[in-house]
Design a protein around this ligand. Structure first.
Ligand SMILES: Nc1ncnc2c1ncn2[C@@H]1O[C@H](COP(=O)(O)OP(=O)(O)OP(=O)(O)O)[C@@H](O)[C@H]1O
Ligand SMILES: Nc1ncnc2c1ncn2[C@@H]1O[C@H](COP(=O)(O)OP(=O)(O)OP(=O)(O)O)[C@@H](O)[C@H]1O
Ligand SMILES: [Mg+2]
Ligand SMILES: [Mg+2]
Lengths: 256, 256
């Protein structure tokens, strides 16, 4: 099973990085070999896994734009079967640099080819935009996991994102499907959350994971310790919900 | 007093749009003439002020890339002295289109010149990135308001943003200063919020507004009604905190 998964949503702050880190960690803990690729110039997945900003000199930018091989850039994390290709600050320049490059949407897909077989899952964290970095991830991916807050602006952006996925499927990557929509930071006491959740489940029935991630401050604390939630506080509701997500994700992904 | 203010932070979901809408509305309610420019292709400030997605055919993209004048694109909102230049979906293509244009960082500054005198404040909502759209806003601006959640990833991104503001000040726009840092979605019960707030106030002392915006679900509900919080629920803590912010903002802005 070698599956390449993009964690994408152009809406900011919906839990992309948190989902990329904690889904990857939960899959690794269940014995899968996982590679996390940080495609966001902010580098949150990199620091959230214990590689502080500025401590890394080479990352995905060097493979995308400087001809380095991904194999040389993989860094092992605290979990024995979780590796990460970090993001460095110069990734911010990649979007402009890639504009004039041949096969610019295919750069990531091309550089991942030599390493994909070594992992059960490659998981890519995307920046909050639909620019060339996210397009590269969607072109390289077999499937997309879409984290989403149950709020109005996040709901509004979903149709835009679905249209972009459809376009990438039609013109760049015919394998691309929506793996699932994950509801994050859920506070089921508010009517707003209930309304938006109801709307998403009725519109995208079957695509929305049964597992939802509750708002849980331990999840927000973990990155400052450079750890996924299952290492920072395995007994927290946050950790348990990401473990449940990993189970549901595997049941779907391995059934396909 | 004609002041151009960018609401910027490349970290996603920190309350940029919410602050742009509600600060602009609170200033308009206190009698100032305000123009809100939506520079985010997501168009959240546009729909949050009552112009549903798809209902607008022309916006800031047409002034940036198609030679239309900003004056023709201003739309009046429910508040008598608040206008908006909306964002349309084609704004997403502007970043790539602007890459090869002469004075690409100055496009917005140039097109705003004929209208600035008609307003006390021009407020620009920025997308969650440091690409050409945000750079255009920083180049056009007199000052930047930085909304920030009291969380680890938001704190991490702050030094990056400050460095970018410094670079724009040095190479593109010597007027540019940080107007203020606004702490948003504050939940003072958590130690994470207390720690991050303490760190921001000690590092950037004097730049951080005394007013903070609490997490308040009424703020998140208002955009689905296309209204700023002071029209949706003037008695809410959210509305009162943005009104207090407008007072503090005016005291600082008019003292300078
Ligand atoms: N379930 C949760 N409970 C509490 N806090 C959360 C939860 N999920 C994420 N967070 C926090 O919310 C903030 C936004 O999450 P995150 O950074 O993962 O979103 P993102 O979509 O990756 O953001 P960006 O668009 O900037 O890349 C972070 O500070 C994170 O720690
Ligand atoms: N003080 C608050 N209390 C509760 N919810 C809030 C508050 N401020 C913002 N929100 C909600 O949090 C979400 C993120 O806020 P918003 O969209 O304004 O952030 P942003 O920085 O503009 O995001 P983006 O990076 O995508 O442009 C929205 O759903 C908004 O309604
Ligand atoms: Mg992220
Ligand atoms: Mg916004």
């Amino acid at each position: 099973m070698n599956k390449i998964i993009a964690i994408a949503n152009q809406k900011g702050g919906v839990g992309k990085t948190t989902t990329a880190i904690n889904l990857a960690a939960s899959l690794a803990q269940s014995g899968r070999r996982v590679l996390l690729v940080d495609m966001d110039p902010q580098g949150n997945a990199t620091s959230g896994l214990g590689f502080p900003r500025g401590s890394i000199t080479e990352g995905i930018y060097d493979a995308l734009c400087r001809g380095r091989s991904v194999r040389e850039l993989c860094q092992l994390t605290e979990l024995p079967t979780l590796w990460v290709v970090p993001a460095t600050a110069d990734l911010a320049g990649a979007e402009v640099e890639l504009v004039t490059v041949e096969r610019r949407e295919w750069r990531l897909a091309d550089i991942l080819v030599p390493v994909v077989d070594r992992y059960d899952f490659v998981i890519m964290d995307c920046p909050p935009s639909l620019g060339l970095l996210t397009l590269n991830a969607l072109t390289a991916a077999d499937a997309v996991v879409i984290p989403m807050q149950c709020e109005y602006f996040a709901l509004e952006g979903l149709s835009n994102l679905m249209a972009t996925i459809e376009q990438v499927h039609a013109s760049l990557n015919p394998r691309l499907v929506v793996e699932g929509i994950l509801l994050t930071m859920v506070d089921s006491r508010t009517t707003l959350t209930q309304q938006v959740e109801g709307e998403v489940r009725s519109h995208f029935d079957g695509k929305v994971y049964a597992t939802t991630i509750p708002r849980n401050v331990r999840i927000a604390e973990a990155p400052s310790h450079g750890q996924p939630i299952l290492l920072y506080d395995a007994s927290s509701r946050g950790s348990q919900s990401y473990q449940a997500l990993a189970k549901e994700f595997l049941a779907r992904a391995e059934a396909a």
